[in-house]
Design a protein around this ligand. Structure first.
Ligand SMILES: [Fe+2]
Ligand SMILES: [Fe+2]
Length: 168
């Protein structure tokens, strides 16, 4: 069984290209749930997806690299969905899987079918089409667990101000 440290190393090894990409700076600025940025959420989902695959003994049927990359990119939509934008993000829950995939294809063009499908369909069952691969189900479950924990965490009330006002 993998330890927490081994899981983090695995995520950083398979996900290095994604984690080090310049656009991750956008994810570090955008809050996803409560006090958690999209970047931190994506790392958590990747770690939890790996943990699930490990504890369920799925390594003979799951590709670790595709799992980690899909988890890291599942919310790669690159905007803060709390910002009012005239309504374009109103359907965020339904549309951001596709937006994440489009951005991911632009920035990491060589995504394989498992990665592509798992990113595009991670909002199942909110969106009607289920993932095609086991990796996609692991990302979907890890995302739901992480999102619920992050939303219910009391840390959300200690969120730092995004724009510090002028000195008074
Ligand atoms: Fe999402
Ligand atoms: Fe997510």
């Amino acid at each position: 069984m993998l330890t927490r440290r081994q899981i983090r190393i695995l995520v950083h090894t398979h996900g290095r290209e994604i984690i080090e990409h310049d656009n991750m700076a956008i994810e570090r600025r955008c809050y996803q749930h409560g006090a958690v940025t999209t970047f931190a959420h994506s790392i958590r989902v990747a770690c939890m997806a790996v943990w699930l695959a490990d504890r369920l003994r799925l390594w003979r049927r799951v590709d670790a690299r595709s799992l980690v990359r899909a988890a890291l990119l599942h919310d790669y939509f690159l905007y803060d969905w709390h910002d009012w934008d005239g309504g374009a993000h109103r359907l965020h829950g339904f549309t951001h899987g596709r937006a994440a995939l489009d951005n991911a294809m632009r920035d990491f063009g060589d995504l394989n079918p498992v990665e592509r499908d798992s990113i595009a369909r991670h909002m199942f069952p909110l969106t009607p089409v289920p993932p095609r691969y086991l990796e996609g189900y692991l990302v979907t479950v890890a995302d739901k667990v992480s999102a619920t924990r992050e939303t219910l965490s009391p840390d959300r009330f200690r969120r730092p101000p995004r724009h510090r006002g002028g000195a008074r």
